[in-house]
Design a protein around this ligand. Structure first.
Ligand code: HEM
Length: 461
């Protein structure tokens, strides 16, 4: 397939690199350490300080993520980085401490609860349309706009309406922490040896303590004075109870998990939307089809939670964006027991990576793997389960997947129904993974209002 018919991608390594070259490349883009053969083979192994394996074989991945979950805990790299900010929360905990939190938090993300939060997503979609309208004919960096939109949503569904509590300050602090943590994580992804200098402290202990105590006060206030109306994630988590042990979260555990939702849920969803918009601008034919669907369902109003089931093609675009640009481009585990994967020896202490980016572009599993083709998701049952893992899988699958997908479809459908997006020549984004897979340089698009029956900038659902 000729180059210019393909959306942007990461040039993968075609020859073995030494430690320093890998380190330098990883500093710029973690994905650039993935060897190109990872898109053609089931497994690649190596040693860069530590022994590591990259696994692209669906059966082996199933073994790691499902069948032998306890033998492959999350690797220390990400956990050590995130622990100072989000403690032993759901994302980080292992074993019994993870299990009870997962059981207590699961109902928070039930279909009904996620659906109840949809009006907040619809409002954020409206606000994004207003900002796009405000830019007029000028190109807009839709990546920034989508960060703003998902920030609005996560702010409203975590500490909503808590008077006197500066929720934006907490969210900004957490974002700043993650930005810094991302830079550090590169050094550990491949187990670079200890002599490689690491950056120092990422956020002062005092700043972190202050952020946590602000959140704790908001939680205690809410516990004392419950609100009427639709429960947000804090209300739901306050009511959460492990059905087996009847244990409930104390203030510290509630805070760590709410901060986790902000960390894990807001930028990832923004990236999904930013890449979806990039792809729609890249392929106007796909965009037109999506717009036709969106306008048939929505007319001039913004999408609601109920609309999501009636927007299958918009959902397919989101699915395909998550295939080509998975926000969590690599997930990583630390082997605890001797094992054999794809006929190779795995020793305790080995780093076992699932490079989701390479898995999603593996030639054995995907036809025209680098091409943008939302139609491949028309029949979801045809997609082998462990070949497509934007949200991971097994018991530790992303708890917020349906929340994120609902939000992405609501925002994308609303935008596409009202605007025709076109790329700005010479401004294609570069896929770069630091902690998440971001469009470096931004997603600069022009947005032309679509002719409807009235003004397109402000319409209510
Ligand atoms: C498109 C958006 C999202 C993507 C691509 C994504 C991706 C992922 C992935 C790949 C994992 C598994 C990591 C691993 O196994 O190492 C995960 C776990 C998790 N995600 Fe998401 N996520 C998204 C949105 C969200 C949202 C909206 C929330 C919460 C509001 C959330 C909360 C979590 C939590 C708490 C975990 C840990 C679950 C556990 O270990 O039991 N995520 N996510």
């Amino acid at each position: 397939m000729p180059q210019d018919t393909l959306p942007v991608r990461v040039p993968l390594v075609t020859e073995p690199w030494g430690i320093l070259k890998s380190l330098n490349a990883a500093r710029q883009n973690v994905l650039s350490i993935i060897p190109d053969i990872a898109t053609r083979q089931p497994m690649v192994s190596g040693k860069t300080g530590k022994r590591w394996h990259m696994v692209m074989d669906p059966d082996a991945i199933r073994r790691i993520l499902l069948e032998r979950l306890d033998d492959y805990p999350k690797s220390d790299v990400t956990k050590n980085l995130l622990r100072p900010a989000i403690g032993e929360s759901l994302f980080i905990a292992e074993g019994a401490h993870w299990r009870w939190q997962r059981r207590a938090a699961a109902p928070v993300f039930s279909h009904r609860n996620v659906m109840n939060l949809a009006p907040i997503m619809t409002r954020a979609a409206e606000a994004a349309c207003d900002r796009v309208a405000g830019a007029g004919p000028r190109a807009v960096n839709m990546a920034d706009e989508m960060v703003r939109a998902t920030f609005d949503v996560i702010s409203d569904v975590t500490f909503s309406g808590d008077g006197g509590f500066d929720r934006d300050a907490v969210h900004r602090a957490i974002d700043a922490y993650i930005a810094e943590a991302g830079k550090v994580s590169l050094f550990d992804v491949l187990g670079f040896p200890d002599w490689v200098p690491r950056p120092g402290r990422i956020m002062s202990g005092a700043a972190l303590r202050e952020m946590k105590s602000v959140a704790d006060r908001a939680i205690d206030n809410r516990r004392d004075a419950r609100r009427d109306g639709v429960p947000d994630l804090l209300d739901l988590l306050l009511d959460g109870e492990d059905p087996e042990t009847k244990r409930r979260m104390d203030t510290g555990e509630l805070r760590d998990n709410l901060l986790t939702f902000i960390v894990a849920g807001h930028e990832t969803t923004a990236l999904t939307l930013a890449w979806s918009l990039y792809l729609c601008a890249f392929d106007q034919g796909v965009q037109d089809r999506a717009r036709t669907e969106a306008r048939a369902v929505l007319g001039d109003r913004a999408a609601t939670g109920e609309d999501v089931a009636n927007l299958p093609f918009v959902r397919q675009i989101v699915d395909e964006a998550l295939r080509l640009y998975p926000p969590a481009g690599i997930i990583s585990r630390s082997a605890q027991k001797p094992d054999t994967l794809c006929g190779r020896e795995v020793r305790p202490g080995d780093i076992v990576m699932i490079p989701i980016y390479a898995l999603h572009r593996n030639r054995v599993l995907w036809e025209d793997a680098d091409a943008f083709r939302p139609d491949r998701f028309a029949d979801r049952k045809a997609i082998p389960r462990y070949a497509y893992l934007p949200f991971g899988d097994g018991p530790r699958i992303c708890i917020g997947a349906s929340f994120a997908l609902q939000e992405a479809v609501i925002v994308l459908a609303t935008l596409l129904a009202r605007y025709r997006f076109a790329p700005v020549p010479g401004k294609a984004p570069k896929p770069v993974m630091i902690l998440t897979l971001r469009p470096e340089g931004g997603v600069w698009l022009t947005a032309e209002p679509v002719a409807g029956d009235g003004p397109v900038s402000r319409r209510s659902a």
